[in-house]
Design a protein around this ligand. Structure first.
Ligand SMILES: [Cu+2]
Length: 345
């Protein structure tokens, strides 16, 4: 029995205030919702960082290499790495020069050809010892061939151009077969011009470290996965093409079609942070880059940006509003339960 009309009004006002604070808390919680989506994404992204060790595939994964043959004369890149013993290798050759060039791969494991040989002596070596691949490419033309590698882990095979005096002038390179125990990572390319994840971590302790990245195109655009050969170099979209001309990429996977899956196989010489970018026109400028951390851990702040902090502030605010609302509601139930001060005249 609360006879007085004054406490009834106070109780009513307290109830209204409690309701107001409660509604405020719910509205704030709803407004805060979108902020929780990037957080979930960041967690997912963290989980997507795969770290697998020593899982040699039963059937060696096919490997695709892309080389430019130039009039320097040179092969770009001159070092092909990461293919497992016995793997099928496809070599795409692009003659960017005005002379004929050949890609001729020695089948003599760990044998370094003598650069002072005459073209005749070099020809006799290949006639005697054979080759794993031998393709001639006309100026401005491209060619591709697929062949199986010998099942010899860790072997190195030299490749040269047999056009007279090109090998002697430096047109040579090496294909290094992996030990078969490379670290496996997965990566996706998207039409939003992003790599997912854009941070790859390999907890390597011994170097060189053999790494195999499986790249899946989730979208329809063509992309590349092009890895800097030098640690700690962070490229800009103005300087990356001149940089890669000077420093041929460690890996340069060309994703050309939707849903394509391919591997980038490479060997990291020493611990560090290696940047990878997409060299498709406008993609790097649009944000298509990432970092590979080998033997180092990325700083914790690098994973989720400020969304986690925003989320915390929102949740704390919701809590405070709900607490105030609850206190007001409780206070409203007590109003009128106590004897009133006698009205003074
Ligand atoms: Cu791209």
């Amino acid at each position: 029995m609360r006879p007085s009309s004054v406490p009834r009004t106070l109780e009513h006002r307290l109830r209204r205030a409690a309701l107001g604070w409660g509604v405020g808390a719910v509205v704030l919680l709803l407004l805060g919702m979108p902020a929780s989506a990037p957080l979930a994404h960041a967690v997912q992204r963290g989980a997507a960082l795969s770290l697998e060790y020593g899982h040699p595939a039963a059937t060696p994964t096919p490997v695709v290499y892309w080389l430019n043959l130039t009039d320097a004369p040179a092969f770009l890149p001159a070092s092909l790495a990461g293919a497992a013993p016995g793997a099928n290798v496809t070599v795409h050759l692009n003659n960017t020069g005005t002379f004929n060039h050949t890609f001729t791969l020695s089948q003599a494991a760990n044998y370094v050809l003598n650069q002072s040989w005459t073209p005749g002596q070099l020809g006799r070596f290949f006639a005697t010892n054979g080759s794993l691949a031998n393709v001639s490419v006309l100026p401005g033309r491209s060619a591709a061939m697929t062949f199986p590698l010998p099942a010899r882990a860790g072997a190195s095979y030299e490749f040269v151009s047999l056009v007279p005096y090109q090998f002697q002038a430096g047109m040579r390179g090496y294909l290094n077969v992996s030990t078969g125990s490379g670290v496996k990572l997965t990566e996706q390319t998207t039409d939003q011009l992003r790599f997912l994840p854009d941070t790859l971590v390999v907890n390597a302790t011994t170097f060189p470290a053999v790494i195999d990245v499986q790249i899946t195109n989730q979208g329809t655009y063509a992309h590349t996965w092009t890895l800097s050969p030098l640690a700690g170099v962070f490229l800009t979209f103005q300087n990356y093409s001149s940089y890669f001309k000077l420093h041929p990429p460690l890996a340069n996977a060309q994703i050309t079609t939707a849903n394509q899956v391919l591997w980038a196989n490479f060997t990291i010489p020493q611990k560090g942070v290696y940047e990878y970018i997409c060299t498709a026109s406008g993609h790097f400028a649009g944000g298509m880059n990432g970092t590979l951390w080998v033997g180092l851990l990325p700083p914790p702040s690098a994973a989720p940006p400020s969304t986690a902090i925003v989320q915390g502030v929102v949740l704390a605010s919701v809590g405070v509003l709900l607490l105030i609302g609850t206190l007001l509601a409780v206070a409203s139930t007590f109003v009128g339960r106590f004897p009133q001060k006698p009205p003074s005249h």
